[in-house]
Design a protein around this ligand. Sequence first.
Ligand code: 13P
Length: 340
Amino acid sequence: MNLDELRKTARAIVAEGKGILAADESFPTIKKRFDTIGVESTEETRRAYREMLFTTKGVSEFVSGVILFDETIRQSAGDGTPFPKLLEQQGIIPGIKVDKGAKALALCPGEKVTEGLDGLRERLEEYRGLGARFAKWRAVIAIGDGIPSETCIETNAHALARYAALCQEQGLVPIVEPEVLMDGDHTIERCYEVTFAVLRRVFADLADQRVEYEGMLLKPNMVLPGKDCPRQATPEEVAEATIRCFRHVVPAAVPGVLFLSGGQSDVQATLNLNAMNAMGSHPWEISFSYGRALQAPALRAWAGRPENVPAAQRAYSHRARMNSLARRGKYRPEMEEEAA
Ligand code: 13P
């Protein structure tokens, strides 16, 4: 393992004012997103949509890395430049989703385990050859009556740790993503409890598998009330709960924490990120690795029409800039209007 290279890549991903664009939607997920704009999901529409994102000028000021999907890392822009190369030319680091999705966890009703460890070493080797310098694996943990079970937490943490070890062996920075879902009516306190239990287990398993904390990044959920909880939280409450939880359980040797947006609105995700960074300095860089919260307005503006590409790129660039400001604690909601 070349720890120096891993450290360097990890630090570049959480460079000041920068974060990640998650554009690694699987076939079913991108279809769901395209359904909302009435666009059929085909290899060509997916390629055209991602080309729109990846050719947005100037966005490398705000975006350090992009997570690609298996199909996307093999695709090219209209002029024949492979997507990973196109990103690199702008100083953006290509990454790749390597898990094979969350499947029903045997004997644990309502819970899931992420699959994809078989053959992973060989796939990582191939992805590195295609230009990837970091990888992502997402585990999902649902909150509900009697869940998550200890079995679900342990099984997912173990898989994340094995994935991370293989990534470091192959020279890819693992982004370790244990996502506690927002679905349900649970309180913010319950989310705190579950997030804490999950992260504690994840870091114990990472250590057991000899993963170097300095050569990895964490992509967690924020500590939030469930979507249907009658008592929603202010950005300051979210920031306080999230940072308190993480200070207890995320080792300071981890260079960065890049939050997922997980179904928050785009502005909400920016406000919450901003509140965390406005609290002052933390042991780790606090950044974003947003899918929906970076893409939603661009997707709507694009609507599958080539003539809408400039408007869609403006929408994406705007959200990236807002999150870059939030990454420094310098975002104000009025900035949404100023730019419009
Ligand atoms: P969201 O920000 O839309 O949750 O997506 C991030 C991601 O990559 C989830 O795995």
